[in-house]
Design a protein around this ligand. Structure first.
Ligand SMILES: [Zn+2]
Length: 76
């Protein structure tokens, strides 16, 4: 089937969400801008890699805030 051939070819590449460069679909780092990128999405764009560092920092800052609120208002 010619259609399947075409599909396979488009699935072998994805677009970097940071610099819009076309890169191999299995690449985890963009060869153009060196950023970490995720898997290919349905639109042909690479998903942005999850930024665990900022995610964890967000959780820590919320936990610190919650602890401060407890410390400031609910401590006996
Ligand atoms: Zn890039």
């Amino acid at each position: 089937m010619d259609d399947d051939m075409e599909k396979n070819q488009t699935y072998s590449a994805k677009k970097c969400p940071e610099c819009m460069a076309h890169i191999p679909a299995d690449a985890v780092v963009c060869p153009s801008c060196k950023r970490r990128i995720g898997k290919r999405s349905d639109t042909g764009m690479a998903k942005k890699a999850i930024d665990w560092k900022s995610y964890i920092m967000l959780i820590i800052s919320w936990a610190a805030f919650a602890f401060y609120m407890w410390w400031a208002f609910f401590r006996k």
